[in-house]
Design a protein around this ligand. Structure first.
Ligand SMILES: *Cc1c(COP(=O)(O)O)cnc(C)c1O
Length: 385
């Protein structure tokens, strides 16, 4: 039997290893010149005025909400089809996450459902570019700007991705990226917030390091001074130079990584398009997909087994998969503390039963992709009605 194919493996080369070793030997481990360089390269690469590095995308989302002034009692609209972080950061601000349903084809936030969820208390919307496919940003921005609602993009999946020719990271008020180990580029743990607004960028920077007005590099280098001021109670969200040392070479490879995922998505699409039991990912016009995830939907009416059994059978055949996501409203916290039911979000509730994320990452080979295709195709043949 062939070795197990994991759902994800990061692609770390000698460049990353050498870069970290150099940083370890340099004597400067935490936020310093490597991190400044990473931010500068990231901002140029995405095409934004400011890139603020943080130790996670969760931290970026939290500080983005703080920067635009979300406070106790405000409402923030988030999709139910997302990861814990998107809504949890709203709780950090003592505001209320208002969940909305997704579209059955793209699994992105349903813009009509946003419209219905808007209230006088709505302060922000957090669209998530699911799997790396940009949301309908023109409609979302129109809706938000006319009501002075801020748009904070959760772009944890969307590096690099484009919407109507524009890079994700240059569109909404603030955009948040993740460098978690499974994302399209990694620093182990890490994140970045991009914005063209200097005031928000400065505020996120200060909040990321205890609300201190001068960062460590300014204090401990010969040019720096010992003096600092606490301007507000902040957080401990800074990215280390060890992480940035991994991030710089990863960023330089990010475009090539994306090309490989794109090619693998095309191979999957071609192989599955004539299998009626499999619904391949729907891709909107005028976007560039990051293909962080390749999510198929099973047509369960045509199969004798459910999604969970399919995942187990794939595992027995040595293929690692995952599910993105268990919608928030189905988790105990949201079931017990909100009045939401399965019927509140009929699309997400239904789609959840059908989705499987297949492996898609540059460390995989073409043979690995063909192996996944072979196993999935055979299982479908074995279990079709
Ligand atoms: C991974 C992920 C996050 C959180 O990223 P971290 O860097 O781990 O904090 C947020 N939103 C979505 C949609 C994600 O997939």
């Amino acid at each position: 039997m062939k070795p197990f194919l994991p759902f994800h493996l990061p692609d770390i080369g000698e460049e990353e290893v050498e870069s970290v070793v150099e940083t370890l030997r340099s004597g400067w481990l935490t936020t310093g010149i490597k991190t400044k360089q990473f931010e500068k390269e990231f901002a140029e690469w995405v095409g934004t005025s400011h890139a603020v590095s943080l130790n996670s995308c969760t931290a970026a989302l939290h500080l983005a909400l703080e920067a635009v002034g979300v406070t106790a009692g405000d409402e923030v609209i988030v999709p139910t089809m997302t990861f814990a972080a998107t809504a949890e950061v709203v709780h950090y601000c003592r505001a209320l996450p208002i969940l909305v349903d997704c579209k059955s084809d793209t699994l992105n936030i349903d813009v009509e459902a946003i419209e219905q969820a808007i209230s006088p208390k709505t302060k922000a919307i957090i669209p998530v570019h699911f799997a790396g496919q940009p949301c309908e940003m023109d409609r979302i921005l129109d809706m938000a700007q006319s009501r002075n609602i801020k748009v904070i993009e959760d772009a944890a999946h969307a590096l690099p991705a484009k919407y109507q020719g524009k890079m994700i990271g240059t569109i909404g008020d603030i955009t948040c990226f993740s460098f978690y180990a499974t994302k399209t580029m990694t620093t182990g743990e890490g994140g970045m917030a991009t914005t063209d607004n200097s005031e928000w960028a400065e505020r996120m920077r200060i909040l990321s390091l205890h609300g201190i007005s001068r960062d460590a590099v300014n204090r401990y280098t010969p040019e720096g001074s010992w003096y600092y001021e606490i301007s507000c109670p902040g957080y401990k969200y800074n990215l280390t130079d060890m992480a940035s040392a991994v991030g710089i070479p990863q960023l330089r490879k990010c475009r090539d990584f994306g090309k490989i995922r794109h090619r693998y998505a095309t191979l999957y699409n071609e192989a599955f398009k004539d299998i009626p039991e499999i619904i391949v990912p729907y891709v909107n016009k005028d976007i560039e997909h990051a293909w962080h995830l390749y999510v198929i939907q099973l047509d369960l009416k045509r199969l004798r087994i459910g999604r969970d059994e399919m995942i187990n059978l794939l595992k027995e055949q040595g293929i690692g998969t995952s599910v993105h996501f268990i919608p928030l409203h189905l988790h105990p916290y949201y079931r017990n503390n909100y009045t939401y039911t399965q019927e509140s979000f009929p699309v997400a509730s239904q789609v959840f039963k059908r989705i499987i994320s297949l492996p898609i990452y540059p460390k995989m080979t073409d043979d690995d992709v063909q192996r996944v295709i072979g196993v999935v195709t055979r299982l479908i043949q074995d279990y079709r009605r």
